[in-house]
Design a protein around this ligand. Structure first.
Ligand code: TGC
Ligand code: FAD
Length: 398
């Protein structure tokens, strides 16, 4: 039997492929979470409160922009380290990982890749340290899976532009110092704008009533004739490909993160199956329990191999968007299935907050929807293998 199946688990000895730095990063993240987050997360989740005091600590452990070079305040780690940090954060809570992956891949990444030197100097070090928080506004009330249809727009006004429109479902929004907002210019071309807290006409009200991702804060972004300096437009890339390339980075992190949630559910189910006795034997002695556990570890191992290889491809700059879609979709799907099976192994105890399984399960319902829904990723794979996009349908006249 492979060793230490609880804490990793590592059935195929993938640790042999990790560098000492990878393992150090993973252990440091895990230790910080154990000390600072595990004892409080359930309480914040139940109260639907965002543990804002953790933001600085996340910066200190390098969870904001792990791959951002040191010259801009980041730790300059590789993609596998980034993935391992996301795995450990989401092993604790998907909301914690959300805060970090939005800041890293959806705020710092576009500024780093497409920002001017002035924009990078102004924002990246503060975002890396957790002195500033950011958000990413792509989704609108009427445009979720189809961001190309967005109506948020800006018009020229001397050395400023005037921004109007609204975004919704925006992670970190109410507390953000800067929002990376995607909007159309007068020709309909999409650009990224850095909209700063306090700009007149800009508000970010909190969205309440979430029964998932409760320890993460979500809001709207409302722009009512906001005057944004032209120097706040990201100069490096325009068109829908710009925000979608940021999603590639975030979806990669989610593939690792979901694996973390799956590992935690498996770990708890395995322990419980050895401790809980019914009919005079541990429930782990029943073949039906073993089937569940065997299938869980099989799926986790397959997902680990997929994710590790994707990390290598990302490090070499060779991963395609479609490969990332496959990993995001697969890993979230297996994590949700594992959470459901693990909950069953725990019987009634599985629905209580004494264990994190039910929280993971509810969180994963957001994860399976955001950053491209489960079905949109399926269609991306379908398009990749057939060469035929199937997103848009021409309906007959009704
Ligand atoms: P389509 O015509 O296929 O593409 C438009 C242009 O974009 C290029 N492109 C990409 N570029 C980089 N990376 C990608 N992944 C790309 N996918 C496409 C493409 O080559 C094209 O370039 P060009 O130069 O030819 O113009 O676009 P479409 O309108 O048909 O849409 C395709 C579709 C449906 C796959 C895309 O719209 C999509 O992915 N929709 C899902 C939307 C989504 O994922 N939203 C996420 C919002 S952010 C979020 O959820 C954060 S959650 C945060 C958290 O808390 O963790
Ligand atoms: P819709 O697009 O309306 O989809 C509804 C259903 O229709 C889905 O099942 C979908 O798969 C299906 N569907 C749609 N189009 C097709 C098609 N062509 N073929 C087949 N089926 C289709 N967005 C941001 O920009 N920034 C954020 O920080 C952010 N954070 C979020 C945090 C949370 C907690 C949540 C829940 C969402 C967040 N989002 C964010 C928004 C998220 O990206 C969208 O919810 C997601 O893209 C889906 O859009 P929608 O909810 O409008 O669903």
């Amino acid at each position: 039997m492979a060793t230490d199946l609880y804490t990793h688990p590592d059935y195929y000895n993938l640790d042999d492929l990790l560098t000492e730095e990878h393992k150090m990063v993973r252990e440091a993240t895990r230790a910080w979470i154990k000390q600072n987050v595990s004892p409080i997360i359930e309480d914040y989740y139940e109260r639907a409160a965002f543990p804002q005091h953790l933001v600085k600590g996340l910066g200190e452990i390098g969870a904001f922009g792990p791959y951002i070079p040191q010259e801009y305040g980041g730790p300059g780690l590789d993609q596998i380290s980034y993935g391992l940090i996301m795995q450990e954060l989401e092993r604790c809570d998907s909301g914690l990982r959300s805060t970090s992956s939005v800041q890293s891949s959806l705020v710092m990444y576009p500024i780093w890749r497409y920002g001017s030197e002035e924009q990078k100097q102004k924002w990246l070090p503060r975002l890396a340290s957790g002195d500033a928080l950011g958000c990413f506004g792509l989704t609108e009330p009427d445009h979720g899976s189809n961001p190309a249809g967005m109506i948020t727009n800006f018009k020229e006004d001397g050395d400023h532009v005037i921004l109007n429109g609204a975004k919704m479902w925006i992670s970190n929004a109410p507390l953000s110092d800067v929002a990376v907002v995607w909007a159309k210019d007068e020709t309909g071309r999409i650009h990224g704008l850095l909209v700063e807290k306090g700009m007149e006409g800009f508000t970010a009200p909190e969205m309440k009533g979430k029964l998932s991702l409760r320890a993460s804060i979500t809001g709207e972004l409302i722009f009512d004739n906001v005057r944004v300096p032209k120097s706040n437009i990201l100069p490096g890339r325009s068109g829908l490909g710009a925000p979608l390339s940021c999603l590639d980075s975030a979806r990669f992190g989610i593939a690792w993160g979901a694996l973390g949630a799956a590992m935690d559910c498996y770990d708890q189910a395995l322990r419980y199956s050895k401790e809980r006795t019914q009919f005079g034997v541990p429930i782990g002695a029943f073949q039906l329990t073993q089937k569940k556990l065997a299938e869980m570890i099989t799926e986790i191992t397959k997902a680990q191999l997929l994710t590790y290889r994707l990390g290598q491809l990302r490090n070499e700059g060779k991963a395609t968007s479609a490969q990332i879609s496959m990993a995001k979709r697969n890993n979230v799907e297996i994590a949700l299935k594992i959470a459901r099976e693990a909950r069953q192994i725990l019987g009634g105890m599985g629905i209580t907050s004494e264990f994190s399984i039910m929280r993971h399960m509810a969180n994963l319902e957001s994860v399976v929807t955001y950053e491209g829904t489960h079905d949109i990723h399926l269609l991306i794979t379908g398009m990749d293998v057939t060469g035929i996009p199937s997103f848009k349908r021409d309906l007959p006249e009704m």
